[in-house]
Design a protein around this ligand. Sequence first.
Ligand SMILES: [Zn+2]
Length: 410
Amino acid sequence: MGDLKQRLIEAMGEMPVIDAHEHLPPEKLRVARDVDVFTLFGHYTQTDLESAGMTQEQYDWLQEPDQPLTERWEVFEPFYQRIKYTSYARAARLAAQKFYGADIGPDSYVDITEQMKAGNTRGIYKRVMRDTCNIQVALTQIGRVPESNTDLLVPILPIGHLTGSGESGAMLHNAAEVGVELSSLADCDTAIVARIANYKKQGVVGFKMTSADLPEAAPDAAAMAFDKALCGEDYDQAALNTYLMHRALDLIGEAGLVVAVHCGIIWNNWNNFYDLHPKHMIPVALAHRNTRFDLYHGGIPWTGDTGVMAKELPNVWLNMCWCHVISQQMSIRALDEWLDLVPVNKIIGFGGDYHYPVEKIYGHLVMAREDIATVLARRVGAGLINYGEALELARMMFFDNPRDLYGLSV
Ligand SMILES: [Zn+2]
């Protein structure tokens, strides 16, 4: 079984990968930053450090490269001892081992820092993502279409770029950008259609929303809100936004693009993550049957719920972006259940979900391969699938499924 898992991991290392969700800025922004070992503790590990008792002020100070490195390490180390066994931290440790030759610790942090500074040069995205990870493209959400690295970064935009979140100034601006003058609520449709077409030309493949309790559209209330908004009077922004969200969800589907949905766990602390429960997407998916929804993060911790949703709703896909670094064991359990529940073309196996610490994509990918190999090897061992089928399933989850869902030409 261990041998089988190892063989699968090695075979996966040869497979091309579509990284199905990132927040990577264009490389020039990463290269322009001063980096050090604490860059590897940017993004998700911040929440573990703060959960372990680090203050926000301490964390922010840690991320100031011009402050003395040794002093920062001394503040950091007791917290590191508390978080070093989490999946978040493991991705950082794997990245340090791969690119800077050592696990992160008191004897290595200076050397890792020096190597990181030396290696923070043009081409780092290619070296990490293409050469080391075999990633062909990465779906990327940074709130705009990336101005460079467009061969690697495929944009997904916030859905607010279409709806203006029902805010009158943003709506007028959005409409004007595509040459539409807003005089009635129906003109908003025209503007949204034109914006989707424009973005599509720029390579955008989807729009992202957050799972939340979205009421049914109330066209009359929305029309009244729209008229008041245009007259500069107080208006019901929620009613207008709800209406426009429903229209955008239909129009995105009509254009053949995908709606990506953040479900479940939230990246920073002190939130009620139940507000983002994937169940909120059931009425939405039912109401927009010609639109495809890609549920991010497996809806952790509600992976059983999302599995049944993808089983029963033909327009719902499952995306394991971020999952493997939240918890490898939760990811393994989820995938094992999903393979019982869900047509295999609807499971997307990997998305790094990082921004500046691009090296951690490698750490995350190693963990994803381990998790997927664990599940597949177990199934081969139980006689449910053969080795060739295991390889085929891995290839689908890492490459074919995100390519087909998002219509990527790779
Ligand atoms: Zn994300």
